[in-house]
Design a protein around this ligand. Structure first.
Ligand SMILES: [Fe+2]
Ligand SMILES: [Fe+2]
Length: 131
């Protein structure tokens, strides 16, 4: 994708979700183990969304609010599913499939074009403009 920190975070998130998908494929019920990984994954994802927003805020990127709203909607959806699963582990497969599908689609459809926009040099603010 080209913005190093974002690329690194995407890889880490995708690797983790792929790891959860591998756990699902194992025969024994993997629900508890997957649940155990969820808080860490959610933390990375939220940290990543914040990084993306702070980088895009440096540009005149036109779809910032829309992009931010997509992130927020995703977080609400995952939180809802996570709450359900704590009472009924059967939802864990649905959660992992949703995570993998949403993240892949979002990265390709939204993040890559946003990153291209940044790389094209639409910068309106310095990276460390602490005043
Ligand atoms: Fe992203
Ligand atoms: Fe994004």
């Amino acid at each position: 994708m080209g913005v190093d920190e974002i690329d690194f975070q995407h890889r880490r998130i995708i690797d983790t979700v792929n790891g959860l998908a591998d756990l699902l494929k194992r025969g024994d019920p993997p629900g508890m183990e997957i649940l155990h990984h969820m808080p860490g994954l959610c933390e990375w994802v939220e940290q990543h969304f914040a990084t993306e927003m702070s980088i895009l805020t440096l540009t005149d990127y036109p779809d910032l609010d829309y992009h931010d709203a997509l992130h927020s909607a995703f977080v609400s959806e995952v939180m809802g599913m996570f709450r359900t699963i704590q009472n009924d582990l059967r939802g864990v497969e649905e959660l992992v499939i949703f995570l993998a599908g949403w993240l892949e689609n979002h990265i390709v459809e939204i993040d890559v074009p946003a990153s291209e926009y940044f790389k094209e040099g639409h910068i309106i603010r310095e990276t460390n403009s602490g005043s």
